[in-house]
Design a protein around this ligand. Structure first.
Ligand code: ADP
Length: 378
């Protein structure tokens, strides 16, 4: 055989090798692409020039409630019958430019708010191959924005009342230099009361926003619940006896340790006991109990006060929710106490619930994690 044949064969082998490499690369790329698309949180749908589906990833299948492999070849507007989406896609294809907009999925699809991007497929000078749609679920974001807006509106509304009162009293005092000292003193005392309310409210709002941004559950250390109950009840006794309310405790003989810091637990109990006293009329009783169950520690605060109507029981832990706003305000309440309690309990990895007490009042129950034996006392 001549030398030429050898060269030819070598060249051929080299070419075959390169071809094999290229095929490998392409199938590896395809597998990679599929893996990427599958792991994406965003929904991705590719369509051809006629807006027929070429590819849909799992996330898009979940969003649009369709089987991704079964929709290939279907028209996009049949899978998502929404004028806004159709328009967006048409614009991306016609103008060969990316576009985006926010859409709400139509029924019977799950209620979701989506940010949708549409981009043409194919380079600026290549023939157009179609377009790709990317769906990003922003429902949670929109929800949070609404909650925040509502919160700001609520806070402003709550601040207005005491501010108007302060303004009224101070103007009256300023306009009447001859005011009788006793009257002036009474007015100033009311100003002071409103200022204290404002300060308490600002403290609670700050506390709440700190708790909300600090979502980490579980604080270190361990705390004796019985000791916390005794401290809190001790501090509430003067107010309770002033209102002729029998404030009593039922504790196990031994210390009962829960996981978490004392400060959080004390605030939880103080809020619950304070409410129980606040919403119970003179001559009533408030009882704080602690008991251990198999896997938890349960603290209960029960009263025979005005109670909470059944339909409001789920809502009392919401910010600014009050059954009777007038009564709450008169008692110096801000409507934030129980939402703070809820966050603090969550930070201790526990649960809080409320039910009607057989006495006609309310029964708040906090379930907490028992402290692991080995942790040192906080
Ligand atoms: P507030 O500052 O108004 O007390 P909270 O968040 O502590 O705010 O409580 C929310 C609402 O739940 C109260 O306004 C009141 O209507 C109701 N509530 C809370 N605790 C009790 C209770 N022990 N008895 C009756 N109603 C209660």
């Amino acid at each position: 055989r001549g030398l030429g044949d050898v060269y030819k064969r070598q060249a051929f082998n080299r070419m075959a090798g390169q071809l094999q490499e290229r095929v490998d690369t392409i199938s590896r790329d395809r597998a990679e692409l599929r893996a990427i698309l599958r792991s994406m949180e965003e929904g991705v749908v590719a369509v051809d020039r006629d807006a027929r589906i070429v590819l849909m990833n799992d996330a898009a299948g979940r969003i649009l409630d369709r089987e991704p492999t079964a929709v290939v070849g279907e028209a996009m507007h049949e899978v998502l019958p929404l004028a806004e989406a159709e328009e967006l896609l048409a614009r991306a294809i016609e103008q060969r430019e990316p576009h985006e907009r926010e859409i709400r999925l139509p029924a019977p699809l799950r209620e979701q708010c989506l940010q949708v991007h549409a981009a043409p497929l194919g380079g600026a000078n290549d023939p157009l191959q179609g377009a790709v749609l990317v769906f990003h679920d922003i429902s949670e974001l929109r929800h949070l924005e609404n909650v925040r807006r509502e919160f700001v509106a609520n806070v402003s509304h709550e601040l207005k009342t005491p501010l108007a009162a302060i303004r009224g009293f101070t103007e009256t005092i300023l306009e009447d230099p001859e005011m009788e000292p006793g009257t002036r003193r009474r007015f100033l005392e009311r100003v002071r009361k409103q200022v204290l309310r404002l300060a308490a409210m600002v403290d609670e709002v700050l506390m709440l926003s700190r708790l909300e941004s600090d979502a980490a559950a579980g604080t270190p250390g361990r705390t004796d619940v019985c000791e916390s109950v005794r401290d809190v009840v001790q501090a509430q006794l003067p107010l309770a006896s002033e209102r002729e309310i029998d404030l009593r405790i039922h504790l196990p003989d031994e210390a009962v340790f829960v996981a978490g810091d004392a400060e959080g637990l004390r605030r939880i109990l103080a809020n619950l006991v304070d409410n129980a006293v606040k919403y119970t009329s003179g001559g009533g009783w408030v009882e704080v109990r602690v008991r251990e169950t198999e896997d938890a520690v349960v603290a209960e605060v029960e009263d025979n006060g005005i109670g909470i109507p059944e339909e409001a029981r789920d809502r009392v832990f919401e910010r600014f929710f009050r059954v009777d706003p007038g009564r709450s305000r008169a008692a110096g309440g801000t409507g934030l106490g129980l939402s703070i309690v809820k966050h603090l309990v969550a930070a201790l990895d526990g649960e809080v619930e409320v039910q009607a007490s057989p006495s006609g009042g309310s029964l708040f129950r906090v379930r907490l994690r028992r402290a692991p034996e080995s942790v040192t006392e906080s």
